[in-house]
Design a protein around this ligand. Sequence first.
Ligand code: CO8
Length: 260
Amino acid sequence: TSQKIKVDFDQSTGVAVMRMQSPPVNSLSLEFLTDVCIALEKLEMDKSCRGLIVTSSQPKVFSAGLDILDMYGKSPEHCVEFWKAVQEMWLKFYGSNMITIAAVNGSSPAGGCLLSMTCDYRIMADNPRYSIGLNETQLGIVAPFWFKDTMINTVGHRTTEMALQLGLLYSPAEALKIGLVDQLVPEDQVLTTATETMTKWLAIPDHARQLTKSMMRKPTIDKLTSNREADVSNFVKFITKDSIQKSLGMYLEMLKRRKA
Ligand code: CO8
């Protein structure tokens, strides 16, 4: 596997831990997404792997979401490849037969929030400096329908309607309150709690749990699978617009200024 993700599979428990280690902020670049998909596919094919915990090796950040540099100043061809990889990641995680638990040990904006929402359960570090949410509108861009659907499936329609329009980033306490995460624990207990939670989920017979998960998620997944190409062209048409490129440029500048 690549150096940007580290997968440890414990044969005795049937649980794998996937650590994202793409400095500085685990942004989901084309290369990174490709590696994640390959790793996930391997685990999915291994019938002895029943559970997956996703977490970050980077301090303070779970994932900064999609790599903005893959959407800024790039050719339409590149944008096509990039978007296909984003779709693929979502389809693989949301449709996974494994029990998936996100150990959210840092901030998780936009695509990072999406990744955690594809999991069956979310545990977040109780640190008020961290935030999580779909903040796309703050960048002047629009969360695609399947980001929206995933959030509706997680927190409901009304909360999603408001969160998406305002591009809200929630503190851990707020995220717990709206059900965007399922549990808060002290920072140093995120991974151990994920492991304990996994034990509970592992006690359920796989076939029954898998069919139930599929029953819940299939309509949402089918909506994208039957519209993948249109969704790619929508994305490329949108993201290559001058006005959108300008917004992304301004946002990148803001990120740098904020740092100074
Ligand atoms: N992509 C590329 N570079 C990034 C990203 C990113 N998503 N996030 C941060 N970086 C860069 C920063 O610019 C900075 O670069 P440099 O060192 O060159 O100045 C470096 O990473 C480190 O970042 P920070 O100094 O900001 O690190 P902090 O630890 O202070 O903060 C945060 C970490 C909280 C993650 C912060 O970096 C942040 O808020 N990042 C932006 C997150 C964000 O808004 N992501 C949205 C991405 S868009 C998305 O995921 C969905 C898009 C859907 C497309 C729909 C179109 C139709």
